[in-house]
Design a protein around this ligand. Structure first.
Ligand code: SF4
Length: 229
C-alpha cells in the first residue's frame, strides 16, 4: 500500500539524527511564550495528496512553524500566505494551516522540504542538504503521478536540479520567479519566490504572483484530469 510506504518513510524521517548541528539546533529552539503546546523539535516530513501531480518543494521547517507543529508550512506567516493562494486556486480545502490536526486537505498537491530539520539562519550546509536528499529522492520515487515540481525559493530549486543531475539529467539553470525548466523524463521544474515574510512584506512576492505560478503548475501537470480520478 502506498500509504504504508509513505508512513514508513515518514517515521524514518522523524527519527533521523544524521546531521549533528541540526539535531542540536532543532532541539534547542526556545518556545515562544504565546504557544502553549510542546514543540515537535524533530525532522518534519512532507504531507498532502500521495497521488499528487504537483509537488511544492520548500527549503526547511521554520523554528516556530514546522518545528513547533510537526507539519511543514504550518503555523507561521509563510504558511498563511501559501495556504491562502492554494485555497484560491482550488488546491486545498481551506485557506489556513495552523495545526497538524486542523483538517487541511491538499488536492493533487504534496508539500515537502529539501531539508527536513530547521537550520540556523535558514541556511543548511551543503553536506546537510546532501544528507537529506536521500529522503527527498525517496519521496520522488513514491510520488508516481508527479508532473511538476514548484520550487519555493532558490535553495529548493537547486536541490531539485541536483537531484535531477543524479538521475542523469544534468542542467544548469538560473533561479527566478517563473523559471520553467523541462526535463526529458522527470517532472518539470517551475521556480517561485519563497512565501516568507522577507519576500511578501516588501512585495517581492504578491498573492497574485504566487497564484499565477500555481495556475501554471496546474495547467502543466494536467491537474484538472488528475484531481477527478
Ligand atoms: S536534515 Fe535530514 S538528514 Fe539531516 S538530521 Fe534532519 S532529517 Fe536527518
Amino acid at each position: 500500500m502506498l500509504g504504508d510506504r509513505f508512513g514508513e518513510l515518514n517515521e524514518e524521517i522523524a527519527a533521523c539524527r544524521r546531521c549533528p548541528r541540526l539535531v542540536t539546533f532543532r532541539e534547542g529552539v526556545v518556545p515562544k511564550k504565546c504557544f502553549q503546546e510542546t514543540y515537535w523539535k524533530k525532522p518534519v516530513a512532507g504531507f498532502g495528496d500521495t497521488e499528487a501531480s504537483i509537488l511544492l518543494l520548500g527549503l526547511a521547517p521554520a523554528p516556530h512553524g514546522g518545528n513547533r507543529t510537526g507539519r511543514i508550512f504550518t503555523g507561521d506567516q509563510s504558511a498563511r500566505f501559501l495556504m491562502k493562494a492554494l485555497f484560491n486556486t482550488g488546491l486545498s480545502n481551506q485557506n489556513h494551516s495552523e495545526h497538524a490536526d486542523d483538517g487541511l486537505e491538499l488536492r493533487g498537491v504534496y508539500v515537502t522540504a529539501s531539508v527536513k530539520c530547521v537550520p540556523p539562519q535558514n541556511r543548511p550546509s551543503a553536506l546537510e542538504t546532501k544528507n537529506c536528499s536521500a529522503f527527498l529522492q525517496r519521496e520522488f520515487l513514491l510520488l508516481k503521478r508527479l508532473k511538476v515540481v514548484l520550487a519555493l525559493g532558490r535553495h529548493a530549486f537547486e536541490a531539485y536540479l541536483s537531484l535531477a543531475a543524479k538521475r542523469g539529467e544534468l542542467k544548469s539553470a538560473a533561479f527566478s520567479h517563473g523559471a520553467f525548466i523541462p526535463f526529458k523524463s522527470l517532472p518539470l521544474l517551475i521556480g517561485s519566490y519563497h512565501p516568507s515574510p522577507q519576500n511578501t512584506n516588501r512585495g517581492l512576492l504578491t498573492t497574485r504572483m504566487l497564484e499565477e505560478v500555481l495556475e501554471r503548475a496546474k495547467r502543466e501537470s494536467g491537474w484538472e484530469q488528475f484531481k477527478n480520478k
